[in-house]
Design a protein. Sequence first.
Length: 68
Amino acid sequence: MSKNISENRWLTPSELEEEFGFSKSSQSKMRMVSNSSTIPFSKIGGKYIRYNVILIDKWLEAHQVQGV
């Protein structure tokens, strides 16, 4: 994680794409599912999407697949 992003707890969709490789299209799809695969996010003012980097890290760990 880059120094600038790691100091920022909240990521924009562009920053999430840059740091974690999830395209904005994929982010949108992951926000719409209503199951354990739903990516954690906050919506501010009904318009602005933000991702808590701590929750994203936890979400990724929870969805880790063990290799054979």
